[in-house]
Design a protein around this ligand. Structure first.
Ligand SMILES: Nc1nc2c(ncn2[C@@H]2O[C@H](COP(=O)(O)OP(=O)(O)O)[C@@H](O)[C@H]2O)c(=O)[nH]1
Ligand SMILES: [Mg+2]
Length: 296
């Protein structure tokens, strides 16, 4: 492995597509349970590291239709786990089975990622096609993929970044390509995924959990996407107003402090610290009210 930064990688996709196997291939050890038996199916997110510089989060399959967990619950679990286990990951590997037709649900994978993490995560997303036998050459594979408009569309939404792997007999050049793509999306570890509105996504998902939505998955996805987009937009507007108010307050307060002898340090501290702004605004208002009432 060439990079000298910690690669933080999240693996997502449908159960059975080879997420845990891919995690093991990248870590070069059996860190995650692969589905040899029903019990081995990954039930919760798990992070594993190698002795060097790679951290991998394996996730339970999105869209597991075992009836136990709704889509919303799965989305919330993945979001919470990533925030706690591996905040600000460098890359998301979306694992698809390259030997079978994509299901309707898999075609929605990216929409679900948008719901969980927001649009920004797509700039860090890489499609990894598993179950592709090593004897299928590049041209054959390309020709096969070109026939699937759904697949092409998913790859396009991930900035045309895709890699292939046979997890049972992984070729070093295929592993190397995945690592190179991780380096590319993270600019060699210099940028990682951040979304300051993640808490808004969480609020909408928590609210949706209460309604026990059991409608068709693609309808749920559409509804949640719209709700999240609207909630984020409202929060953004609210933030702008808060900062504007804090800015005006800060200027008044700074003037007040300068006048009453607080000096330049006090002004600088106040202007850059919203909590200080709030406290001093409150004090200034009290003083102003006091002054006004004493003149009457
Ligand atoms: N032939 C082949 N089998 C694979 C590949 N990746 C995973 N498998 C097998 O597919 C099954 C499911 O793999 P697993 O990693 O547990 O899938 P997960 O549910 O996405 O974590 C296991 O029996 C794996 O051995 C692959 O690239 N090629
Ligand atoms: Mg698994």
């Amino acid at each position: 492995m060439s990079a000298n930064y910690e690669r933080k990688i999240v693996i997502v996709g449908k159960t059975g597509n080879g997420k845990s196997s891919l995690g093991n291939v990248l870590l070069r050890r059996r860190a995650f349970d692969e589905a040899r038996s029903f019990n081995a199916i990954t039930k919760e997110c798990k992070v594993e590291r190698d002795e060097g510089n790679i951290s991998i989060v394996d996730t339970p399959g999105l869209f597991d239709s075992d009836g136990e967990k709704s889509l919303v619950m799965q989305a919330l679990e993945v979001q919470t786990a990533i925030t706690q286990l591996c905040p600000n990951p460098h890359a998301f590997l979306i694992v698809l089975n390259g030997s079978t037709r994509l299901t309707q649900e898999e075609l929605s994978t990216i929409d679900v990622l948008r719901i969980i993490f927001g649009e920004q995560c797509l700039t860090r997303a890489i499609i990894v096609l598993t179950h592709i036998e090593n004897n299928e050459d590049k041209t054959q594979l390309r020709a096969r993929l070109d026939k699937s408009s759904g697949m092409i569309n998913l790859i396009k939404q991930c900035g045309n970044r895709f890699a292939r792997i046979d997890n049972r007999e992984p070729k070093p050049e295929h592993i190397e390509r995945i690592n190179r793509l991780v380096d590319k999306v993270s600019r060699a570890g210099n940028v990682s995924f951040k979304n300051t509105f993640l808490y808004v996504h969480q609020q909408v998902l928590r609210e949706a959990l209460k309604t026990h939505d059991s409608g068709k998955v693609h309808e749920q996805i559409k509804r949640l996407s719209e709700q999240i987009m609207q909630a984020v937009e409202e929060e953004r507007e609210l933030n702008k107003k808060r900062w504007k108010a804090a800015g005006v307050g800060a200027v008044c307060v700074a003037a007040g402090i300068a006048y009453f002898g607080g000096g330049p340090t006090a002004i600088a501290t106040t202007v850059t610290n919203p909590e200080a702004v709030r406290v001093v605004i409150e004090k200034s208002v009290n003083v102003a009210v006091g002054l006004i009432s004493s003149t009457h």
